[in-house]
Design a protein around this ligand. Structure first.
Ligand code: CO8
Length: 373
């Protein structure tokens, strides 16, 4: 039977950074402008005054200190509060393609492979900048890969669901190796005027190369012992942007065309589901939580990750057992758990086990158990 391994990973980090204090300053300028502009309606009780944001709240509630973004200036302009990413001509590479190519090249270099060794590209992320042609096919073309490519979206769980699709293709012989790429431009669909969520997301792109074990060197990379996917419908994280918006002009420009969530409900409902999924997955592989050296968890909220790790292990996890990258990157949706894996995998010894686990909108949860070879 063909076995699949992760032989390389790559990461593109946009150079621009926004610190919490800078984001809060811009938000609070917007609040002041709004409240001044609506002073009379606010005094008459017709409009609610907006409340300021605070860096102390952000760090305490989420663990986020800063985020990387494609564009700082547009986000920090209180008159705009959206990234400035000019539309490109059809003859130029798209932004998501450009990010993907950088991350893929690093994954290939890490695996010691070239594009000639790759048969497929899956672009798996929460928002594609266009519906078609698939970003994945553009990436395939930009890299010069023969074979096939497609896009898929399972919000924050896109990368782990993409990993399962890659494993299936490798194990059933459809491809010798597959690149799973997650170019997340979360700043493009975040409402920077919403105090509850303006601090949550950042931008980044990850890539993972999944290959047949026989095509890799002994001791290279991580054997994939199993994947488990779980979904349960919920409206608590939603984005209603879509092609039907133009069919109902009244809806255009409403806040729900960007990211919205009931953060507290998500926290409460998703944390136990994630812990159960990991425990059940380990059990199905005749493993126990004590066998895990590392948990590369989705990076949405530090308190949530600490709770999930505690539920799985039955005790607090330290930073080595459950590494954190969201202080630097914020929530990068599906890229988050893969950034944690990319940055914190090389010190594992042969035979040591870990779990990559994503969770988010859908709800969707993806668990991937791996063993260092
Ligand atoms: N500054 C100051 N105070 C604030 C702020 C702020 N910015 N925001 C809220 N507050 C206040 C509230 O008004 C509230 O005040 P009061 O107690 O007087 O009512 C108080 O702070 C507490 O507010 P919350 O209950 O909202 O705060 P929490 O402690 O719950 O923290 C979090 C909020 C951080 C959002 C937390 O609930 C959380 O992280 N939950 C988990 C969310 C999660 O994991 N979501 C996953 C979403 S990601 C995903 O699925 C991918 C989607 C696709 C990507 C989209 C890209 C854009």
């Amino acid at each position: 039977m063909i076995k699949a391994v992760i032989s390389g990973t790559g990461l593109y980090t946009p150079p621009a950074i926004i610190e919490n204090d800078e984001l809060v300053e811009a938000f609070n300028q917007y609040v002041e402008m709004f409240n001044n502009e609506h002073a009379e309606q606010i005094a008459r009780g017709e409009v609610a005054a907006l409340q300021p944001s605070s860096s102390a709240f952000i760090e305490k509630a989420s663990g986020i200190k800063r985020r990387h973004v494609i564009d700082r200036d547009g986000i920090l302009d209180p008159n705009r509060m959206a990234p400035y990413i000019p539309e490109r001509s059809n003859d130029e590479p798209s932004v998501q393609c450009e990010m993907s190519v950088v991350a893929c090249k690093e994954a290939l270099a890490q695996a010691g492979k070239t594009v000639k060794d790759v048969d497929a590209v899956i672009v798996a992320c929460s928002n594609m900048q266009r519906p078609y042609p698939a970003i994945a096919i553009e990436v395939q073309e930009a890299l010069g890969i023969e074979g096939f490519a497609y896009d898929m979206n399972v919000a924050c769980s896109s990368a782990t669901f993409g990993l399962q699709a890659a494993v299936n293709s490798v194990e059933n012989g459809a491809a010798r190796s597959v690149l799973v790429v997650s170019p997340e431009i979360c700043s493009g669909h975040l409402n920077f005027r919403d105090r509850d969520s303006h601090f949550i997301f950042g931008d980044a792109c990850t890539a993972i190369l999944v290959e047949r074990e026989e095509d890799t060197q002994a001791g290279q990379g991580f054997e994939i012992l199993g994947t488990r996917l779980t979904t349960r419908f919920s409206n608590n994280i939603r984005n209603n942007f879509g092609f039907l918006n133009r069919a109902d002009e009244a809806g255009i420009g409403k806040p729900d065309k960007l990211f919205i969530q009931q953060g507290r409900k998500v926290f409460k409902e998703v944390s136990p589901l994630v812990a159960e999924t990991i425990q059940g997955h380990l059990e199905s592989l005749s493993l126990s939580p004590d066998d895990l050296t590392r948990m590369w968890l989705h990076q949405a909220n530090l308190n949530m990750n600490q709770l999930i790790a505690r539920k799985v292990l039955g005790r607090d996890a330290n930073l080595e057992e459950a590494p954190v990258i969201l202080d630097e990157y914020a929530n990068t949706s599906s890229a988050g758990s893969i950034i944690a894996f990319h940055k914190h995998k090389d010190d594992l010894k042969a035979g040591e086990l870990g779990v990559i686990c994503s969770f988010g909108a859908g709800y969707s949860i993806g668990s991937v158990v791996v063993r260092h070879r």
